[in-house]
Design a protein around this ligand. Structure first.
Ligand code: HEC
Length: 158
């Protein structure tokens, strides 16, 4: 299946829409769509005593997981604890994610869980310039990574 995904991406690249590779698109997707969601988790799943012994600030720590073992299994959202907890609305406690964000996390894990850097709490008090409210920005058609991911998924599911 994976073999069908690259050619389409290449076609799009060749069509001149951009000069970004698939990996760049995944990292871009992480930065724009996934990191803002995880920023909600690291309030509890970060620091010296992360809840459930699960630290979600870096990829190696997320892969290692917490009390119940690995939280993220790249390529396998359905068997990733991170995904099952958010899709069952158990996490974040009392304040579940909207379905679009759950879907974004699923896509991100199924697509290999690309990760860039360290996820920090979104707070201006430490001078962090990132998004504060409203969760991830919606990716519109102008976002190349969105186009690539949608296009590759379109072929992927067929
Ligand atoms: C208000 C604090 C809080 C927030 C915010 C929060 N969690 Fe949790 N989380 C906990 C606590 C406490 C536990 C341990 C008890 C439990 O499993 O319910 C836990 C457990 C978990 C576990 C199971 C860990 C293990 O190995 O047993 C996962 C996975 C998880 N959280 C994912 C998330 C994700 C993903 C987010 C963000 C979308 C999130 N949590 C946000 C408090 C939080």
């Amino acid at each position: 299946m994976a073999r069908f995904r690259l050619p389409l991406a290449s076609l799009i690249l060749l069509a001149g829409t951009a000069a970004r590779g698939a990996e760049d698109a995944r990292l871009h997707f992480f930065r724009e769509q996934v990191r803002p969601i995880l920023q909600r988790c690291v309030r509890c799943h970060g620091g010296d005593e992360p809840s459930g012994e699960l630290n979600l600030t870096t990829r190696p720590l997320a892969l290692k997981g917490g009390e119940s073992g690995p939280a993220v299994r790249p390529g396998k959202a359905a068997s990733s604890l991170l995904y099952t907890k958010v899709s069952s609305r158990a996490m974040p406690p009392k304040d579940p994610l909207p379905p679009e964000q759950v879907a974004l996390l699923r896509r991100w894990i199924d697509d290999g869980a690309a990760w860039d850097g360290t996820v920090e709490r979104a707070t201006r008090s430490r001078g962090y310039p990132g998004p504060i409210a409203g969760g991830p920005r919606r990716a519109g058609p102008e976002s190349l990574c969105w186009v690539l991911l949608n296009a590759s998924e379109f072929l992927y599911v067929r």
